[in-house]
Design a protein around this ligand. Sequence first.
Ligand SMILES: Cc1cc2nc3c(=O)[nH]c(=O)nc-3n(C[C@H](O)[C@H](O)[C@H](O)COP(=O)(O)O)c2cc1C
Length: 366
Amino acid sequence: MAPDPVNIFEYEEIAKKQLNKGDYDFIAGAATDEITLRRTREVLDSIIMKPRMMVDVSQLDLGTTVLGQKISFPVMLAPAGNHGAAHMEAELATVRAAGKADTLMVLSSHSAKTLEDVAEAATGPIWFQQYFFKDRELTLGMAARAKEAGYSALCLTLDAKIVPKRERNIRNDYVGPVSPNYAHLDLGTHSWKFAADAPAGPSDIRDQATTWTDLEWLAGETKLPIVVKGIMTGEDGRRAAESGAKAVIVSNHGTRYLDTTFTTIEVLPEVVEQVAGKAEVYMDGGIRRGTDIVKALALGARSVLLGRPLFWGLAVDGEDGVSSMLEILRDELAATMGMCGRSSIDSIDLDTLGGISPLQQLFDRK
Ligand SMILES: Cc1cc2nc3c(=O)[nH]c(=O)nc-3n(C[C@H](O)[C@H](O)[C@H](O)COP(=O)(O)O)c2cc1C
């Protein structure tokens, strides 16, 4: 038997061997040249941690809240379509693992299981992710279904209006299933062909005309708090908060839409500054280590979210795989906090980090 993976990268290595190429590439891949995908890890790795001595770290408290809901550590599961690509039990397994870890899962509207079935299997807090559809009744209808099923916030993904060019999917002729959440709509298949005349399935029903006024409208219509996902500039963060979002997720969709953007950690401080406490700020993109979590928190994120790692956990061992993957990150987070002299989430501040290089600071002072 293969040894248990000891970190998230090893989860991916094992998952890669178990998944078929099309599914692996769909999950791991990104837009066009995947330049920002590679830079994401480089930038996170280049940020320096400062170990601190002689601080009482005998009692660590990793707990926090997101929109008033308690989570046992500041790591949530990001909305991601079709967990069925990695495991038969799909989102049912993921949501159970999230509950066991006492954290929150955001369910993608492209889930392999219905949003109602996932809500039924949930033992922890759940949010529902969707889009602005051209059909406003469908937009409100999905949100109402989610509220009815027990989801406590609506996560609106703003960065997926345009069909992206993901070359791995094109080469593999990858066609994904359409979610049973859309069963009543007869949408065909979800092809990633990227040609003007290619059937885009569920992408076709998304509204490309939306502006901030539409967010104000939806915030007024739905009873659920709105979390906006896909913010990559301070100004958009501020506009989102002013238009009624209660939280924003700094995200470039795991670099799956536009390539050669900044990485999310690079724009996080700017978003935090411009949102200026009017909404909570979370971040996703490339989080694979406890040190990454501390870096994001030190730069102002309230919590981070994981995308690809949940698929690696599922592929390795279903619900238990996602659980162990989350526990590895929790242990790494606790160890990092302890070594940095931080005993609570709130105490993780900018002084936890040493910038990019102390040598650069030496030159900056001259
Ligand atoms: C296979 C896959 C499917 C995804 N599907 C969605 C989706 O349906 N809706 C959404 O808002 N984001 C989706 N995302 C983006 C994630 O929510 C998240 O932003 C990203 O994966 C974070 O980066 P990471 O994978 O490096 O952790 C998806 C990501 C992956 C890898």
